[in-house]
Design a protein around this ligand. Structure first.
Ligand code: MG
Length: 181
């Protein structure tokens, strides 16, 4: 069975969307929602404000209530009938994210067994046929085929096959098999 590794932030979870809401509400900024969705937050925000973003990411609970990306649950459930699905998320940068991510997966993806959850540091350790991720640096270090999930911080990249949303992931990996299920 082919193995697909799925990233969490900005792939399964709309982490950028949650950050944008917080920035618009709590930060002193003239940037609009459209601005914040048009490039990476690091490139858009003043270094002091970006530091504040890092503080938000470090706060206990931040990763616990992130909205699920549209269609992700349905497509991942379908994929798991045809592929071996792993969740692979870099969780070591923000210590509180570990337990939040575990609980988040239990809530939204209870059908993904704990043995298929890899909360890791550097993703080059992964061994899978595919990795779906929003960060080019993760795909560049991956030994299998990297698929780039569209995100404001990767709009310029042309090195990897790009998917715009979960519907496209379903079409790419399930194709006509969807008619049979
Ligand atoms: Mg990510």
């Amino acid at each position: 069975m082919l193995r697909i590794a799925l990233d969490m932030d900005d792939v399964l979870a709309d982490t950028h969307g949650k950050l944008v809401k917080i920035i618009l509400k709590d930060f002193d900024t003239s940037l609009t929602e459209k601005d914040l969705n048009g490039a990476s937050l690091r490139s858009l925000l003043h270094p002091k404000q970006y530091k504040k973003v890092v503080g938000v990411l470090n706060a206990p609970g931040f990763f616990r209530d992130i909205p699920v990306m549209k269609d992700a649950v349905e497509v991942v459930r379908e994929l798991s009938g045809y592929y071996e699905i792993f969740v692979a998320s870099a969780a070591m940068e923000f210590r509180n994210s570990l337990i939040d991510k575990f609980d988040w997966l239990d809530e939204h993806f209870p059908f993904i067994h704990w043995k298929n959850r890899v909360l890791c540091g550097d993703k080059s350790i992964l061994k899978a046929h595919y990795l779906i991720d929003d960060h080019v640096f993760n795909l560049a270090n991956f030994s299998g085929k990297g698929i780039l999930f569209n995100a404001p911080h990767n709009l310029e990249d042309t090195r990897f096959d790009r998917v715009m949303n979960w519907k496209e992931v379903g079409e790419r990996f399930l194709g006509n098999s969807r008619d049979r299920v």
